[in-house]
Write a protein that binds this ligand. Structure first.
Ligand SMILES: Cc1ncc(COP(=O)(O)O)c(C=O)c1O
Length: 377
């Protein structure tokens, strides 16, 4: 009934847990800030719709917003201009646009394992082959370059990278970014760098691939930084020879991004990053709280996340990740089984600490009690 490419993918394991949960469950499952967008942004949206910004706009986005995004990226590469920027319907549409524009059927795409759920499914949807590369907790979730060399074939076109990472919270140090660039140069690969958590870092800064190579296409989003996951707005930054091609695909999917949302986001950017910084301060405190509390759970150990708002502990309980997540759901807390992000997520859970502190305390107390009984079983 449906095309084979559709049966090759599944609904995300994150959503499955969420949709199976009772309404009063403590939600440590979904990856979204428990904040509202800054007031100036909400007011600018109301104003934009009242003032008649309710019509189609340019396919690549409103010029002032593209200019504003380009200005931010000019700090990394001063030649960056609006020609490098396309405004999209979130990072998700940006990633699909890139897959459609770059991957031919049969091409191989290196994707992180564990990694965000869309990378392998987008590859499959366009007939390409996702090839997972390992991010192991005992290497602090950093890539193993010997393994990467072994995985490259004549068909490899792209490596997808994501730092700060969903689900691991890992952030690539600058030296790793440089090695990845050298690796891509050596094998003539494009780098698709998903940087949606770029501003959500706790120790140091996240190194962008922009400005370090002209092989990188950067995917970014306002979803997390402006706490507007439901608005669906983000962007792509790419070499100006590529953006017209990417924009063709984007046009055929979207026509154009939402006009009033763009006006609102622009007002937010002009207001500065104070709201994002305040949110990140709170996330840092929660990261420390969660690290401390998880340390009391028998059978669980976690690498301290350096960015994003996830922690990805491993467990030694004699159950699969799905069974553990289901047991925990039955006890009233939503988590995500680690294998939703790839085979190396088996024996891991992903917890989001974009939840209020009382919910984190209660949720982890349930996990601690579970850990005691699972260890005793
Ligand atoms: C790593 C990563 N990339 C992209 C996205 C997509 O974000 P959006 O489509 O909301 O911009 C997410 C959302 O969770 C994510 O975690």
């Amino acid at each position: 009934m449906v095309a084979r490419r559709v049966s090759s993918i599944d609904i995300s394991g994150i959503r499955k847990m969420f949709e199976a949960a009772p309404p009063d469950a403590i939600n440590l499952g979904l990856g979204e800030p428990d904040f509202e967008p800054p007031r100036v942004v909400v007011e600018a949206l109301a104003r934009a719709t009242r003032d008649g910004m309710n019509h189609y706009g340019p396919s690549a986005g409103l010029l002032p917003l593209r200019d504003r995004v380009a200005e931010q990226y000019a700090a990394k590469d001063r030649t960056t201009s609006r020609e490098n920027v396309i405004i999209t319907a979130g990072g998700s549409e940006a990633l699909m646009t890139v897959a459609l524009a770059l991957y031919d059927p049969g091409d191989e795409v290196l994707v992180p394992n564990p990694g965000f759920v869309l990378y392998p499914s987008h590859a499959r949807l366009v007939g390409a082959v996702p090839v997972p590369y390992s991010l192991r907790s005992d290497r602090k979730f950093l890539p193993d370059f010997e393994e990467l060399e072994q995985l490259v074939t004549e068909r490899t076109r792209v490596i997808v990278v994501n730092s700060p990472s969903n689900p691991t919270g890992g952030v690539f140090p600058r030296a790793v970014v440089d090695r990845l660039v050298a690796f891509a140069d050596r094998h003539d690969l494009m780098i698709v760098s998903d940087e949606v958590y770029e501003q959500i870092v706790y120790d140091g800064v996240a190194t962008s691939f922009w400005g370090r190579t002209d092989r990188a296409i950067v995917v970014n989003s306002f979803s997390k930084t402006l706490a507007m996951t439901g608005w669906r707005i983000g962007y792509l930054v790419a070499d100006r020879r590529l953006t017209p091609e990417l924009n063709k695909v984007h046009y055929h999917i979207m026509a154009c991004p939402s006009t009033p949302l763009q006006a609102a986001v622009l007002a937010g950017l002009e207001d500065g990053d104070g709201a994002t910084r305040a949110m990140v301060r709170e996330f840092r405190a929660r990261r420390d709280l969660v690290g401390r509390l998880l340390g009391t759970v028998p059978g669980l150990s976690a690498v301290r996340p350096a960015g994003a708002f996830y922690i990805f502990p491993s467990f030694t309980w004699p159950r699969s990740a799905r069974e553990v997540a289901t047991d925990l759901l039955n006890r009233g807390v939503i988590t995500t089984p680690g294998d939703a992000f790839g085979s190396l997520g088996a024996a891991h859970l992903r917890l989001s600490f974009a939840a209020a502190r009382p919910a984190l305390r209660q949720g982890i107390e349930i996990i601690r009690e579970y850990g005691e009984s699972a260890g005793a079983a």
